[in-house]
Design a protein around this ligand. Structure first.
Ligand code: GDP
Ligand code: CA
Length: 323
């Protein structure tokens, strides 16, 4: 079975770890990772979502934090601070720095991001084929109004520095309109037996992947069933501030509103099936009324066992909606 998943960082990576538990060795998982979160810091190219997937599946992740390396040290950060060189708000540990140095060096030598990602994964052996959504630079920017007036900030500044405390007025994936899907992305979607949308952020993770011209169309045209899992439980994101970016695109932070935002494939949308948490069982009818098969199952990724059960439910739902 060929499974293709679109993914952001923590929510995507944790789900994929559960998925890996239940597939057979002959199955193939291709991950199309969001690169709209990418940022250049200290002259280095940092790809937070690709790295979170790579470290999580490769056994190098800081478990409690959900991002960055386990057993991290912070000498470089402290040295930069001593020089008065920022930004201080973005956490890059020493071990993590090595990844960004290798990546930047390879990009400088002319390798595309997809080839660089493959090289980094040679070390981490994540057990999936990890593809960036595009080799072209795409950077998500957020329009806000704060004490400095109306302005546009990089997504990381909005998320990490400002903790999404001010309203997001618009989310702009800069460069997406002219970006091309990375090699293998469209082919993987066309050849997929199942396409999954993990409980990643619908706007700045999955939404950004879908903003690369050709990807949305390839999902819509795929012969595989498309099934998503809600990142929203009981009217709030399980973790993070997804409600803030959903508001920016006029979508309520509820499990059913997110499903309708993706839309039914039968009605110009993207998904055939949708899983909500048991706490949202009351929203199943609304999702089904929109032409999307929906089940309420436990969706908290408390451990790998619980996450594996979610992945199994997603594959079961995919089978039931296969055309
Ligand atoms: P990011 O790039 O690190 O923000 O990660 P993603 O975009 O892949 O995933 C973020 C989303 O994961 C958030 O909107 C969370 O609500 C969601 N999430 C985190 N943990 C869980 C969980 O245990 N269950 C569900 N259903 N969603 C979760
Ligand atoms: Ca992210």
């Amino acid at each position: 079975m060929r499974i293709v998943a679109l993914a952001g960082g923590i929510g995507g990576a944790r789900f994929l770890r559960g998925l890996k538990e239940i597939v057979s060795p002959a199955d193939e998982i291709t991950v199309i990772g969001n690169t709209g979160d990418d940022i250049h810091l200290f002259g280095l190219k940092v790809c937070p979502d690709l790295d979170t997937v790579m470290y999580t599946l490769g056994g190098g992740i800081h478990e409690e934090q959900g991002w960055g390396r386990a057993d991290e040290t912070w000498s470089i950060k402290n040295e930069m601070k001593a020089y008065g060189v920022g930004p201080e708000w973005f956490g890059l540990g020493d071990r993590d720095f090595a990844t960004h140095i290798v990546r930047t060096q390879m990009l400088g030598a002319g390798y595309p991001l997809s080839a660089v990602t493959e090289a980094l994964c040679d070390r981490w052996q994540p057990g999936v084929r990890l593809l960036p959504m595009s080799d072209d630079r795409v950077e998500t920017h957020v329009r806000i109004t704060d004490e400095q007036g109306p302005r546009v900030v990089h997504f990381q500044e909005y998320w990490v520095r400002l903790h999404a405390a001010v309203a997001a007025e618009a989310i702009v994936p800069v460069g997406a309109d002219t970006a091309k899907p990375a090699p293998g992305v469209l082919e993987a979607l066309a050849a997929a037996d199942v396409i999954l949308f993990p409980p990643s952020n619908p706007v700045v993770s999955i939404g950004t992947v879908l903003a690369v011209p050709g990807i949305r169309e390839a999902v819509r045209a795929a012969s595989a069933p498309v099934v998503g899992l809600s990142p929203i439980i009981g009217g709030a994101p399980v973790r993070g501030m997804a409600d803030k970016v959903l508001a920016a695109v006029g979508v309520e932070a509820t499990a059913d509103a997110v499903a309708l935002h993706y839309g039914a494939r039968a009605a110009e949308g993207l998904i055939d099936g949708w899983l909500v948490d048991t706490a949202d069982a009351g929203s199943v009818a609304a999702v089904e009324a929109a032409g999307i098969s929906c089940r309420a199952v436990p969706l908290l990724m408390t451990d790998t066992g619980a996450t594996a059960a979610m992945a199994r439910e997603a594959l079961t739902l995919a089978e039931s909606v296969r055309r």
